[in-house]
Design a protein around this ligand. Structure first.
Ligand SMILES: [Zn+2]
Length: 326
């Protein structure tokens, strides 16, 4: 389960240190190699994957990587840099950077592998884009995947669908998408008011998805396949959708980006992430979903929750506490 490529990262650390002479401050470097060398803060055990059974369904969490962002006033609308740093320290994380990690959930249902979101493209290695390599470590080949289910259309969730340029990386399998999200992003009149930083994403989607024949859209809270039901969770993105995987009495919610990095947004559910399309709706959805996870005794996993990236939640006053699976 441990990432064999960790050794390579250690070599990277030595190299980066000697080349740049940065010594201890190496982890502050924006360089991808330096970051990889320092290890992934949201994956302290260096896991490539993490597997468990949910009734008859086998769940495998695959680590795709992590990026570090220095705390800055633009990351969270209603929290200061000092608030952010204090929250990181309270979670026993260094306060020089917000660690945004990427974890892809793969569920084996009735012998078929269903993947939730697509990771970052392999070209973004070594920081991210480790999905395919880490799937291999988990004994899952790319050709084993039969369906990819998408939570929303932000780049870190869909760019793994692309191969060279705008070609498909997964042309022969079914890609399942929420119609609400699809209808928004493929309509230029709806995406025109988005900020400049989102225009490239919108154009890429509009140039590709309408031509891809292997996309299946569903409406509302449909049962998208046996054992998997969509849960409408708008706010972070217009048609953001979570997925409830159930087997017998056991339930697992693929949360997506309803709550970003747990140490910040589960602890502080009222904080507004700058990537939220509608921050107020995102907050209302977040509180509702986190409450439901607790009330229904579900296990939950978020895309930016590190490794193992899944666990249980408890209420703590007006806040929440996330306990990762051991
Ligand atoms: Zn995301």
């Amino acid at each position: 389960m441990y990432d064999i490529s960790r050794r390579r990262f250690v070599v990277g650390a030595t190299t980066a240190t000697s080349v740049f002479g940065l010594g201890k401050s190496i982890e502050f470097m924006p360089s991808a190699w330096a970051q990889a060398a320092a290890g992934d803060r949201q994956n302290p055990r260096g896991l490539t994957h993490y597997r468990f059974n949910l009734g008859d369904v086998e769940i495998t969490q695959i680590f795709d990587g992590e990026v570090l962002t220095p705390p800055n006033p633009n990351f969270i609308h209603n929290a200061t840099v000092d608030d952010t740093k204090a929250a990181l320290r309270a979670a026993n994380l260094p306060d020089d950077a917000i660690p945004s990690s990427y974890t892809v959930t793969i569920a084996k249902i009735g012998g078929k592998y269903v993947m939730f979101d697509s990771g970052n493209p392999p070209s973004s290695q070594p920081r991210t884009g480790r999905l395919l390599a880490n799937m291999k470590a988990a004994g899952i080949d790319k050709t084993d995947i039969s369906t990819i289910v998408i939570t929303h259309f932000h780049g870190d969730h869909i760019f793994g669908l692309y191969g060279e340029g705008n070609n498909q990386a997964w042309p022969n399998i079914e890609i399942v998408m929420p119609a609400a999200e699809y209808d928004f992003w493929t309509d230029p009149s709806k995406t025109a008011p988005l900020p400049e930083g989102r225009q490239g994403l919108a154009k890429r989607i509009q140039a590709t998805f309408p031509t891809w024949k292997n996309i299946r859209r569903f409406s509302g809270e449909a049962e998208v396949m046996p054992n998997v039901k969509a849960v409408s969770t708008p706010g972070h993105s217009f048609g953001h959708t979570s997925y409830l995987i159930a087997s017998g009495a056991q339930q697992y919610l693929v949360v997506g980006d309803v709550a970003h990095v747990t140490q910040l947004f589960v602890r502080n559910p009222g904080w507004h992430l700058s990537f939220d399309q509608d921050p107020k709706e995102a907050e209302a959805t977040r509180r509702k979903v986190l409450d439901r996870i607790i009330a229904d005794k579900m296990m939950a996993g978020g895309y930016h929750w590190g490794m193992p990236g899944c666990g249980t939640l408890a209420k703590d006053g007006n806040s929440y506490v996330f306990s990762p699976r051991a």
